[in-house]
Design a binder for this molecule. Structure first.
Ligand SMILES: [Zn+2]
Ligand SMILES: [Zn+2]
Ligand SMILES: [Zn+2]
Length: 122
């Protein structure tokens, strides 16, 4: 199951390792090699479970539909989970940055304090 595109209507057969993936990110997560780029793509419709081939070089509006069941498979990806994960990462990053800022401020303060001591001692 694909966790990147929640409304995937088709699976895509990767031309490099000939396995089925819901999206390019699924391939990147499970494979160590780069996804081979090709204009001829093989899809499997999730609705009717049939496979079909599309030449992406001459893709037009009618090609957005499964040739077997007319399922509109080329739709805008719904990926709410991916967005939440990105937000979570940002929060953690911010927390780290805040902590670093505090450490830096403390160090600067102690340096200033030492200088004060030195100045007082003449
Ligand atoms: Zn591959
Ligand atoms: Zn995916
Ligand atoms: Zn179909």
């Amino acid at each position: 199951m694909c966790k990147h595109v929640l409304n995937a209507q088709v699976a895509i057969r990767s031309p490099c390792c000939r396995q089925w993936f819901d999206c390019a990110q699924c391939h990147a997560d499970t494979q160590t090699h780069d996804l081979k780029q090709t204009t001829e793509m093989i899809f499997a419709c999730k609705k009717c479970k049939k496979c079909f081939r599309k030449d992406m070089a001459e893709f037009d509006e009618s090609d957005e539909y499964c040739p077997h069941c007319d399922n509109h498979f080329l739709i805008e990806a719904v990926e709410p989970k991916a967005r939440l994960e990105v937000e979570g990462e940002d929060v953690r990053k911010d927390a780290r940055m805040l902590k670093d800022e505090r450490i830096k401020a403390k160090q600067q303060y102690s340096v200033w304090e030492d200088e004060g001591e030195a100045a007082r001692m003449g």
